[in-house]
Design a protein around this ligand. Sequence first.
Ligand code: PEP
Ligand code: MN
Length: 340
Amino acid sequence: MIALLEKDCGLRRKAEILRWIESRGFRAHVTELPDAALVGVLGAGAEELAAALLALPGVREVRPESPPWPLVSREHHPEPTRVRVGEVTVGGREVIVAAGPCAVESEGQLLASARAAAGAGARLLRGGAFKPRSSPYGFQGLGEEALRLLQIARAETGLPVVSEVLSEEDLDLVASHVDLLQIGARNMQNFRLLAAVGRKRTPVLLKRGLSATLDELLLAAEYVVSAGNPQVILCERGIRTFERATRATLDLSAVPVLRGRTHLPIFVDPSHAAGLRELVPALAVAAVAAGADGLLVEIHPQPEQSLSDGRQSLDLPAFARMMEGVRAVATAVGREVAAG
Ligand code: PEP
Ligand code: MN
């Protein structure tokens, strides 16, 4: 629930209102807007306080029907949030492309990918260190060694790095090596992990669960933000439907729907959605046309040799060609993509 305070509500009165909310077992989160203070009343059943809250001096308006994810809602924060990942700003005019291999496999594979990514205009380097594999017999990632290789690649190319954290157990380790912590689709509702990344200062890339609604994605983001970390980027990566022609169904409606509901930046991952590299460029340009703030794309110097997700990974020349299309569409919709 959201409450708006009177423009001239003084500090003392504001403090009384917050105390009143907190004494009833709810949390209050204040955002100063140009013409009013906006108070997010956080906690299950907050809407039952609506009438009593509205009766307090200094309260101008109460919106009990506002969404159950107040902190990430656009109502709460009308301006788009910009997330800083190293030196890169996500959520501005520039469309940010994160590219790299599904999993870090070797120094040679990672460096070749990183150089090609940077050379084609990508601004972030992806690379899985801890991999969530459907089969326990699949390649699980190089773990800490991969994190070390990502740092080498970052030092060489200057690209900030993004890698997935699979469990709370690895969080300190992963957070100390990466610029952006990825929460994978399968962990979107791992609530303890969400709260734990919320206690970190590292920005978070939160992927939509395979069967999660957009409201559930926003609630997951609310976990992170309400635990103290406002630096969250959402990522649509395809959902499971009855269609079998693609690995998942890319829900591009997610982009404009989320744009209307939240101030957080929105990425699209065409690779995991398509599952097939030949479909990735079309989905990538469509995502940019739909208003995505960034893309997450899998590339590999020799996709057929890849230890994971080779079928959906673009080879390096194909990635460079994809970037030309992405750049053209970005320009057409008033955005820009870094030069290659
Ligand atoms: C990934 O990006 O490496 C990944 C595993 O994606 P997802 O969690 O969307 O399946
Ligand atoms: Mn992958």
